[in-house]
Design a protein around this ligand. Structure first.
Ligand SMILES: NC(=O)c1ccc[n+]([C@@H]2O[C@H](COP(=O)([O-])OP(=O)(O)OC[C@H]3O[C@@H](n4cnc5c(N)ncnc54)[C@H](O)[C@@H]3O)[C@@H](O)[C@H]2O)c1
Ligand SMILES: N[C@H](CO)Cc1c[nH]c[nH+]1
Ligand SMILES: [Zn+2]
Length: 434
């Protein structure tokens, strides 16, 4: 990874750039996919699957037989691992459920919120370069806890027109029945407009490559909500002299292997540790099956020497990483200084892989600096929060004058009247003439 020493604050912006494709070309290509899928439905889906995934499909929906077949292809050991991870993810997301909390704001005025599940959702499971069955857990579990009724899952087919068995096993474990062999921007278009086979949804969830992420942004134009911009993976590690170079190198490589557009950033106050970590990266890289991908991602990655850990945290907040690993002494003491990050890992024994798979937190997280204004996926992502109020007679008596005054000041007389008419009625009733 290229090293930068003591960059000036004015240079930080350039150092924080993500390896993005030409957005204009990407958008026009995806607009065409949307146009075709909107107008030609399944036929267009099959066309784009042949074009981008190089496979010719007759049937888009995964059959029950394929799910049974998949069950037999997943080892018992992996099934047990998926089940343990799913328990942790269920425990953590289950703990995000909120009790109804009725608040009396003024005497006789009661306000509260209630959650209602988003009924029709689409979840995208990446499968282009790796079959991310762990993402089925991250999206499917909170969706079922929230009570989403109709869940459609899309994931790209392999060259034989199949979805990876572990994805099918995991979906079946969670109870997801509608699974479609569609990937990329065509999957997002299908969920946005609906086709003969795939139903239109209200909200689309899930990470993906730049085609998927850009398509999700476009879906917003068609009254479909999206979870977050969750694009190519990134990790930022802050290391000091107490860090273990081989551990840090492994963490940086774990994200570099995701895709050629992934990014790994190393910040440290020690030139010595940066050098040691980079030596470790070279050592570990040679054994990786996805060496070629990681090597390209590392060309987009950087090691940056800064004057202190405090400055490193400032830089990290500026970069707003999807994942932040504090591989430093007394990492807990720095958490309150972190303002922008998707998910944070503390100390030498909290690798990002723990959150990617099994600790319980969600791995669908904002990338490309969106950790400045988005949270990662959580139970809240799958519900709407509806506010309720009950203004009693006592309440309207106590609050009525205030509302009347405000309505009058905004010159909205009908608003004022809606209060006055009630106050007068109560007055009459109390004097016995109503
Ligand atoms: N931010 C997060 O929370 C998070 C979580 C998991 C994974 N990720 C990221 O998700 C991404 C997964 O990417 P992936 O590529 O492996 O799988 P993917 O499923 O996102 O994309 C594969 C699809 O892209 C389409 N495609 C490929 N080349 C195309 C082209 N030239 N034109 C149009 N469409 C094309 C194909 O239809 C293919 O099905 C990685 O970048 C990974 O880092 C992010
Ligand atoms: N690191 C990815 C999020 O950026 C999630 C993931 C899934 N599997 C492995 N990793
Ligand atoms: Zn990962």
């Amino acid at each position: 990874m290229k090293q930068f020493n003591y960059p000036k604050v004015s240079e930080w912006k350039d150092l924080c750039e993500r390896p993005l494709q030409n957005q204009e070309n990407l958008e026009s290509q995806i607009k065409e996919v949307f146009f075709e899928v909107k107008n030609n439905g399944d036929k267009a889906l099959k066309f784009f699957t042949a074009k981008f995934d190089k496979v010719s499909l007759q049937i888009l929906k995964v059959s029950e037989n394929e799910i049974i077949e998949a069950e037999n292809l997943v080892s018992n050991e992996l099934k047990s691992a998926i089940k343990l991870a799913s328990e942790n993810i269920r425990t953590f997301h289950g703990s995000q459920q909120e009790e109804k909390n009725i608040i009396e704001t003024t005497e006789g005025v009661f306000c509260w919120r209630e959650n209602r599940a988003i009924e029709n959702i689409g979840i995208y499971i990446p499968g282009g370069t790796a079959p991310l069955f762990s993402t089925v857990l991250m999206l499917g579990i909170p969706a079922t806890i929230a009570g989403c009724k109709n869940i459609s899952l899309c994931s790209p087919p392999d060259k034989n027109g199949k979805i990876n068995p572990a994805i099918l096993f995991t979906a079946n474990l969670i109870g997801i029945k509608n699974i479609y062999k569609i990937g990329g921007s065509q999957a997002i278009a299908a969920l946005t407009f609906g086709t003969e086979t795939i139903s239109k949804v209200d909200k689309i969830f899930g990470p993906g490559n730049q085609y998927v992420t850009t398509a999700k942004q476009l879906a917003l134009n068609y009254n479909v909500a999206i979870d977050i911009p969750a694009g190519p993976s990134e990790v930022l590690v802050i290391a000091d002299e107490m860090s273990i170079p081989s551990f840090v190198a492994a963490d940086l490589l774990s994200q570099a292997e995701h895709g050629i557009d992934s990014q790994a950033i190393l910040l440290s106050n020690s030139d010595k540790i940066i050098k040691e970590i980079n030596i470790e990266i070279e050592k570990q890289l040679s054994d990786l099956p996805r060496k070629e991908i990681a090597e390209i991602a590392l060309q987009n990655s950087k090691s940056i020497l800064l004057s202190s850990i405090d400055e490193a945290i400032e830089f990290s907040n500026f970069y707003a990483p999807e994942h932040l690993i504090l591989a430093i002494e007394n990492a807990e003491n720095f958490t309150n200084k972190i303002t922008n990050a998707g998910s944070v890992f503390l100390g030498n024994y909290s690798p990002e892989s723990a959150g990617d798979y099994a600790s319980g937190t969600n791995h669908t997280l904002p990338t490309n600096g969106f950790a400045k204004n988005y949270s990662g996926v959580s139970l809240d992502s799958f519900v709407k929060k509806i506010t309720f109020q009950n203004v009693t007679k006592t309440g309207i008596k106590n609050l009525g004058k205030t509302i009347e005054l405000m309505a009058e000041a905004e010159e909205l007389v009908a608003h004022k009247n809606a209060i006055s008419i009630r106050l007068k009625s109560l007055e009459k009733a109390s004097t016995g003439s109503a």
